[in-house]
Design a protein around this ligand. Structure first.
Ligand code: GUN
Length: 289
């Protein structure tokens, strides 16, 4: 069997188009554009690329982008002061502090300073609590994007066995909560899991978010399962000096067994910013209304 490829790039483009329409509607009603503020501390190249892409796509969706770039040696107190200013600014509907922060800063303290109703990343403990209790709030963008792709592919997820590989606060844990909310039977596996292949073999849905290149093999996958690969790993390419991107799933072998699978790149990756823009327009409507 050869798996169907789940086209996250196309789904994300459609989502951005729908967000653009809601953003135009918001502007007509509110007399201002919805606004997303992104704070970047330091010069991590990957973070710089993310932030640039976020800014471009925010503007392309008809929203205002506010970028705050701070030096790597900025004090935590100065960063907290920027966050406070953004909390109080009525033109700012969503606030995102790009992670990771430099090591002299306490990430949890900085996230806790963001107004939960502007926390479009869904990282604030109030939003984590809202997600786990089923209250409306903001849900982390990558796992929410994964659920959108799964529901588009499968329709109802009710009763399916789902295995999430990885237990991070950003992906694994919120992913598990979202799948529970969709009435899946959820297992969270991680680096200490005994007999990971056997655990993965039970799953109708596999979500891989471990950050280990091509770790999950085709022989581990139940025939016909839906595989969502959150991994983005840069590895050496076939040619000398060249690199290529691979996921946490061994795409070659997994695509022979799975029913459907997200590719890397072009699967989950493009969903993150599209969902961020979706969360921002939701924040704008909630906070204005
Ligand atoms: N760094 C990598 N991904 C993310 C994300 O989704 N949000 C934030 N704030 N930082 C990130």
């Amino acid at each position: 069997m050869t798996a169907q490829i789940i086209d996250g790039k196309a789904f994300a483009a459609g989502l951005r188009e729908r967000v653009g329409k809601v953003a135009a509607d918001f502007e007509a009603k509110a007399g201002r554009k919805a606004g997303l503020a992104v704070v970047l501390v330091g010069e991590d190249p990957a973070s710089q690329v993310y932030v640039r892409n976020k800014g471009k796509q925010t503007i392309a969706c008809g929203m205002e982008s506010f970028e705050h770039k701070l030096a790597a040696d900025t004090s935590e107190a100065d960063l907290l002061a920027v966050v406070e200013k953004l909390n109080a600014d009525p033109a700012v509907d969503g606030i995102l502090v790009q992670l990771p922060l430099p090591s002299h800063m306490n990430e949890q303290k900085v996230i806790a300073a963001i107004n939960p109703d502007k926390d479009v990343d869904g990282f604030h403990v109030v939003n984590v609590g809202r997600l786990s209790t089923g209250l409306p709030g903001f849900v982390p963008c990558t796992p929410l994007g994964c659920v959108m792709l799964l529901k588009d592919q499968l329709g109802s997820l009710s009763g399916l066995d789902a295995v999430v590989v990885g237990r991070s606060n950003i992906v694994g844990k919120p992913m598990a909560q979202l799948l529970i909310a969709e009435s899946c039977t959820v297992t969270v596996a991680h680096s200490r899991t005994q007999d990971l292949p056997e655990v993965v073999r039970r799953a109708d849905i596999v979500v891989a978010a471990v950050g280990r290149p091509e770790m999950i093999k085709g022989e581990w996958i139940k025939p016909g399962a839906t595989v969502i690969d959150v991994g983005i790993n840069r590895v050496a390419g076939a040619e000398e000096g060249k690199t290529r991107l691979v996921g946490d799933v061994d795409f070659g072998s997994a695509s022979e067994v799975a029913g459907a699978i997200t590719p890397v790149p072009g699967g989950v990756g493009p969903m993150t910013i599209a969902v961020l823009l979706r969360n921002t327009i939701v924040a704008a409507h909630r906070n204005a209304g």
